[in-house]
Write a protein that binds this ligand. Sequence first.
Ligand SMILES: Cc1cc2nc3c(=O)[nH]c(=O)nc-3n(C[C@H](O)[C@H](O)[C@H](O)COP(=O)(O)O)c2cc1C
Length: 184
Amino acid sequence: MLSKTGIPAADYPLDMDLKPFESVGHDWMLITAGNGTNRGDWNTMTASWGSFGVFWGKKTVTCVIRPTRHTYGFVEREPLVTFSFFDSSMKNALQVCGSTSGATTDKAAAAGLTPIALEPGAIGFAESRLDLVCRKLYTQDLDPARFLDDAIEANYPNKDYHRMYVCEILRAYPLSVSGCKKGR
Ligand SMILES: Cc1cc2nc3c(=O)[nH]c(=O)nc-3n(C[C@H](O)[C@H](O)[C@H](O)COP(=O)(O)O)c2cc1C
């Protein structure tokens, strides 16, 4: 089993490794949930909307997932969610994971990703530069009645309003610390 060396979030320099706008909005991230590394046990999707910050005194990642995504059911089912960040050389993999569905596509094969089990029961990737294993703290469906800018509605021609997840960062798995990568 491939593994990286995890670090408790409190001991990891998140501010040095992640930039709140660039890391999500420009570089994108993968949102992954599952209970095993075999196909069908997990699913992942690309996201470029979300934020880092502090909620209830905890370091958190907040993301939004439309209920129409195959990943949605996995994130709903699992208590843990992984946010994965990649070097720019892997941008094509994120493009694949953001334009195909795990319901019909073997994303690991199509994107060239190797799923790995991360403590305490999450799924990350051998190829990522950083995996953040997080625990769901809070969910809320975006309510169009509360959009204060009418332009926001244009993002929802199918009325598939996102569900927002606030997730506590439990452990960081940086590739740089473990140096453990498949075949290298
Ligand atoms: C750059 C980019 C950013 C995306 N951001 C989000 C997002 O924040 N939330 C979301 O629900 N879908 C987002 N998507 C769309 C999903 O990644 C896409 O629909 C994916 O195919 C879903 O895969 P799945 O059906 O296997 O879950 C994004 C796609 C791309 C390419």
